[in-house]
Design a protein around this ligand. Structure first.
Ligand SMILES: Nc1ncnc2c1ncn2[C@@H]1O[C@H](COP(=O)(O)OP(=O)(O)OP(=O)(O)O)[C@@H](O)[C@H]1O
Length: 604
């Protein structure tokens, strides 16, 4: 109900307290994101990872603080609904010139839904749609940075412009040889553009903040020429001597999508107007949902909110039914999907078979670990939701039966809001990108694709190892293949830190009889892993075995695992590149024969 008068003096104070809570959140979020630059300059890699991890929980902490303040200062939980409606109107008023209104609206939803009883979550109360537009927001105050800078080079001045693009970031650490790097970028630009004619509007637009993640800093922008827009990114790294260098020049939507993949940690970016960053990034990656762009920028609650809006919109404009996800069923997770929608829904079962010695809490802790860990492009990000209401009539009957059988504590079928529509409400669900399960992919693949996928599978495990993750269950069915043919792990209930595991050789059997008995003749501790025993589980198929042994036989060797564990314990942090090595200038240089013209593409 729209309040006719704003006549309750408490309402304005509460709205202000709510916005104070959000402003404090965004200030802290921005400070730690901005400090990523100093951490990069100081090569403080452990600090960078710690900050990435810690920033993830900032939002929930601030929401909790705001809830407590509203309860204790205003007894907000006892206020009648018409006061709350006035609070909302004041809040909208306060957001008129705000620079992050969409995030502040989400914060309002998070806080109020914690304070008010569920029956109050009427659509006219929380922000189901944005009330304030995020279009064209700019900070006009003197000294504030624009979202992106624009450069107008000619063919002849492009070298000088590229130089300026890099130096404008004022990184407080020396480049090993910036002229050399700029030349390499220039050659890459030439290769990309070919003999493209320069049009009158030729320009380069570059986002004003660098994107930081792990050991890298990324320049992100686009070339505009006539009707063509070419997205690009330049990763900057430290070399062995601690000097900066540009490692690659990445062009095009696909390359950028890989950089911003849902299977990687969130970036640290100093942004005053996040909606403007999202708008710019969307122009580089029109196929990436805005929710995933917010996630990649570390604003994952906004991503979660937008995802849910997209989901409801999709439901309204589709008519297919939720079904049990194709593939081998999970022992701890019940997984379902909607064929027309590219995500899967995962519910923890109420009971597990005896070989799964785990609990709901342990599984949730593993999923939390993955959320906060560097996912190195090999673990899918998950969105976690509570009390999601789905239209009951959109469920296939056998899925309903499975849900009631395996997850009775998680499912309620009722007309909760009394609108005459029966809903299936799931208490706790993870949602993640749908992939093709690797076991299914291999069955349908050509020999060339099998080879590629098996190589990728081994690489995925090796990237996880480098990131201190032991996947636990490495069966093919626990990995998926993405749109870009990347292999990504998605079964987290058995993962462990590599440094918590003991990798052992199988002790010799006392005699042949024991060896052939199929029984295990040696004691096995809870964290003991015997890599030599992986083969029989993974390599039943001859073709797969052949490729695997050619490329990844080291995965069956305890020394490989133990060696990595020791390096990680000694503080070594591996480099994981979010782009194919063939784009790395250093790899190109190394593989280039002396007489090869530099602009000829090389496939290493
Ligand atoms: N992101 C995804 N995309 C497509 N299918 C998926 C995805 N996640 C899970 N699945 C399907 O659901 C099945 C079970 O999922 P998952 O491996 O997460 O469950 P689990 O109970 O942990 O499995 P396990 O019994 O191996 O422990 C997978 O084998 C796969 O077929």
């Amino acid at each position: 109900m729209f309040p006719q008068q704003l006549n309750d003096t408490r309402a304005f104070e509460i709205a202000k307290a709510l916005l104070d809570g959000f402003n404090r959140h965004y200030r802290l979020f921005r400070e730690t994101s901005a400090a990523a630059k100093q951490r990069f300059e100081a090569a403080d890699w452990a600090g960078q990872q710690r900050a990435q991890r810690e920033r993830i929980v900032y939002y929930d902490l601030r929401v909790q603080e705001a809830v407590e303040r509203l309860r204790s200062e205003f007894r907000a939980h006892e206020l009648p609904m018409d006061v709350w409606h006035q609070v909302k109107l004041h809040y909208i008023g306060l957001l008129t010139n705000h620079l992050q209104p969409e995030l502040a609206e989400t914060f309002f939803n998070s806080v109020t839904t914690k304070i008010l009883h569920r029956s109050y979550f009427h659509n006219d109360f929380i922000f189901v749609r944005p009330a304030i537009s995020t279009e064209y927001i700019e900070n006009d105050e003197p000294g504030s940075l624009p979202t992106f800078r624009v450069y107008y080079p000619t063919r002849d001045s492009l070298r000088e412009t590229l130089h300026r693009i890099v130096t404008n970031f004022q990184l407080q650490r020396e480049f090993d040889d910036l002229d050399r790097d700029v030349d390499l970028v220039l050659q890459a630009v030439d290769r990309e553009f070919g003999d493209m004619r320069i049009r009158t509007n030729f320009q380069v637009q570059v986002l004003s903040s660098l994107f930081f993640r792990n050991k890298g800093a990324y320049i992100v922008g686009k070339f505009i020429n006539g009707y063509r827009e070419i997205p690009f990114s330049l990763p900057i790294l430290h070399d062995e001597r601690g000097r900066l260098y540009i490692d690659a020049a990445l062009f095009g939507e696909d390359q950028l999508q890989k950089l911003f993949s849902f299977a990687r940690a969130y970036f640290m970016v100093e942004m005053e107007v996040p909606a403007a960053y999202v708008h710019f990034l969307r122009s580089l990656m029109p196929h990436k949902p805005r929710s995933e762009i917010y996630n990649a920028l570390g604003l994952h609650k906004q991503g979660k909110n937008l995802f849910y809006r997209d989901f409801l919109f999709h439901l309204r404009h589709s008519s297919d039914k939720f079904r049990i996800a194709p593939g081998i069923k999970g022992m701890v997770m019940l997984v379902f999907d909607l064929p027309s929608f590219p995500y899967v829904f995962k519910v923890i079962k109420d009971f597990f078979p005896p070989q799964k010695d785990t609990t709901r809490e342990q599984i949730q802790a593993k999923y939390r670990l993955v959320k906060q860990h560097d996912r190195v492009g090999r673990m899918a990000d998950t969105l976690e939701y509570s009390n999601v209401a789905f239209p009951f009539e959109r469920f296939e009957e056998d899925l309903v039966q499975e849900l009631l059988h395996y997850c009775p504590s998680q499912v309620e079928i009722s007309d909760r809001d009394g609108d005459g529509q029966v809903e299936l409400i799931i208490r706790h669900v993870y949602i993640e990108r749908r992939m093709i399960p690797l076991n299914i992919y291999l069955q349908e693949a050509t020999p060339g694709q099998v080879e590629q996928a098996v190589i990728e599978y081994g690489n995925a495990i090796k990237d996880l190892v480098a990131a201190n993750i032991f996947p636990g269950d490495m069966l093919w069915k626990n990995f998926g293949v993405t749109r870009h043919d990347k292999v990504v792990f998605y079964d987290y209930d058995e993962i462990e830190y590599l440094t918590d595991c003991n990798f052992r050789r199988v002790p010799p059997a006392p005699n042949e009889e024991v060896e052939m008995s199929g029984e295990i003749w040696y004691p096995v501790g809870p964290r003991d892993i015997f890599p030599e025993t992986f083969g029989p589980f993974l390599l039943g198929n001859e073709k797969v075995r052949d490729v695997f042994m050619r490329h990844h036989a080291d995965l069956l060797d305890p020394e490989f695992w133990q060696g990595h564990k020791e390096r990680i314990l000694a503080g070594h942090m591996h480099d994981v590149f979010p782009y194919d090595t063939c784009h790395r200038f250093r790899v190109r240089e190394r593989t280039a024969p002396a007489e090869r013209p530099v602009d000829e593409p090389v496939v290493p």
